[in-house]
Design a binder for this molecule. Structure first.
Ligand code: BES
Ligand code: MN
Ligand code: ZN
Length: 496
């Protein structure tokens, strides 16, 4: 999809469809909206008077032969309250428009800029919205698909110089394409997306973008004493991999910080011997969403070149039952030296992450953010709306939440007080891997906390938000790519 700005009058821009947002309660009394109403012989007035268009967010009116405008069609979208209009509304609205118009075979559409939002951010959000909305999960359908492609998005605006517009559009493209790469990887079924294949994906990204790459095999992990991770993997015929991607800025870094992004890469989670029920188990192919997100974020970071050191670490394993699988009650020794009683083999994410964060510290990380589809409990607490964040350093947690806000990704902090530590006390080892029914997301995070020491650390539980169960006007069913853009923004903010 090509993006360009056009400074002509909106009614002079030739395209398949012109998209115009109407704010709640708005009347076509002045400016572009009055002009459009006049040129379409009062259709906007009539839609409003008949109650077919009130400007509420989500409203869509699609018109053919809209009158004296160069566009062949007119798409009117409810923009919601003017006071609530922000980049995230832009993102969703342009996403809705792009997905809707593609289904109508539109190839070239124009969006009339009506808001006062700073242009750069709005353009970036618009490009993100369009590209994110156009992604679909149906890769393996073999029926002949009609080639419907949006080729061009035009922003009808007289402001801004074309160079800064192109830069904002390019930023939006890099971020959205990274999120879509994550979705592509997450969407792959587990018979294809094994730990070995996940490592190969990382290798491809590293080669293309000039990142340093190290893939630890099981022998090296054993040498390093990663008993917690290897315990999870031992029931699988697929060998585990620890993927390490390193970004080093070419310019002098702004500080001597090294940020580590650590993503859970369980390519399939059966639960192991503590096996999950059959119903819905197929979804556990997305248990590597954190890992895919890490790989994709590293690609965008390599492309945007912030002046700060970043490492991306993905512990990749498959959690299977079998004759060699670990048993409930087994005790494993983690790389950090702590011993763990494995009460439930389905609480495997924390077992691989504890060795991965310990390795991040060994590699020199001074700030850690991990992300994982760690607990079903996070969906009970926050549904599919908010990502949960927990951590040991309020400043770092706030930085993560703010980076999320800038990306339109909602993140809510849960507490991590010392009192919760009691729930993961073990009678025979240093710690156990489950904390009972209460506060499952918190005890899961607390487990990881035990391995980060004093290093500022934030943990994102994306189990509720990484998969979209029902399609939305601006988003396909399937993986969402949640947190890719947040993490890239976080790194950029730390570098400026
Ligand atoms: N991968 C799951 C968490 C999950 C559940 C992700 C549903 C997405 C949707 C994780 O490994 C898991 O099984 N967690 C257990 C932990 C429990 C055994 C303490 C859970 O949430 O039930
Ligand atoms: Mn599990
Ligand atoms: Zn899992």
């Amino acid at each position: 999809m090509e993006v360009k700005a056009d400074a002509r009058k909106f009614y002079e821009i030739e395209c398949d469809a012109l998209v115009v947002n109407i704010y709640e309660g708005e009347k076509p009394e002045e400016g572009a909206l009055a002009e459009l109403d006049k040129r379409s012989s009062g259709v906007i007035t009539s839609l409003i008077e008949n109650g077919e268009l009130s400007g509420k967010s989500g409203e869509i009116v699609y018109l053919h032969n809209p009158g004296e405008i160069a566009a062949k069609r007119l798409l009117l979208l409810g923009g919601g309250k003017l006071a609530d209009y922000n980049n995230d509304v832009v993102r969703r609205m342009i996403g809705t428009a792009a997905r809707f118009l593609r289904a109508k075979n539109v190839r070239k559409f124009a969006f009339l800029r009506r808001s006062q939002l700073p242009l750069d951010g709005a353009i970036q959000a618009g490009v993100e919205g369009a590209l994110l909305s156009l992604w679909d999960a149906d890769k393996y359908k073999t029926s002949e698909k009609e080639e419907k492609i949006i080729e061009q998005m035009i922003v009808a605006t007289v402001e801004g110089d074309s160079q800064s517009l192109a830069q904002s559009a390019e930023r939006g493209r890099i971020l959205a394409e990274a999120a879509n790469l994550a979705r592509e990887i997450i969407n792959e079924p587990s018979n294809f997306m094994t730990p070995t294949e996940l490592a190969r994906q990382a290798e491809e990204v590293a080669q293309k973008c000039g990142l340093e790459l190290d893939i630890l095999d099981e022998a090296r992990m054993k040498e390093l004493g990663m008993g917690a991770l290897l315990g999870v993997s031992q029931g699988s015929a697929e060998p585990a991999k620890m993927i390490v991607m390193t970004y080093t800025p070419s310019a002098e870094p702004v500080s001597n910080e090294t940020i580590a992004i650590v993503g859970k890469g369980v390519t399939f989670d059966t639960g192991g011997i503590s096996i999950k029920p059959a119903d819905g188990m197929e979804k556990m192919k997305y248990d590597m969403a954190g890992g895919a997100t890490t790989i994709a974020a590293m690609r965008a970071i390599a492309q945007l070149k912030p002046a700060i050191n970043v490492i991306g670490i993905v512990p990749a394993v498959e959690n299977m039952p079998g004759g060699r699988a670990q048993r409930p009650g087994d005790v494993v020794r983690s790389m950090a030296g702590k011993t763990i009683e494995v009460i439930n083999t389905d609480a495997e994410g924390r077992l691989i992450l504890c060795d991965a964060v310990a390795y991040a510290i060994k590699l020199g990380a001074t700030k850690i953010v991990d992300l994982a589809t760690l607990t079903g409990a996070v969906s009970i607490a926050l549904g599919d709306v908010y990502v949960a964040v927990l951590g040991n350093d309020q400043e770092w947690i706030d930085a993560v939440i703010n980076a999320g806000r800038a990306s339109g990704e909602k993140i809510w902090q849960l507490p991590l007080d010392r009192e919760y530590r009691d729930q993961i006390k073990s009678d025979i080892a240093d710690i156990k891997n489950v904390g009972g029914r209460k506060a499952g997301t918190i005890t899961g995070a607390y487990f990881i906390r035990e391995f980060v020491g004093d290093t500022p650390w934030a943990h994102l539980d994306i189990a509720g938000t990484a998969w979209n169960d029902s399609s939305k006007p601006y988003l396909s069913v399937g993986p969402t790519g949640i947190c890719v853009r947040t993490l890239v923004n976080l790194v950029n903010q730390m570098a400026s």
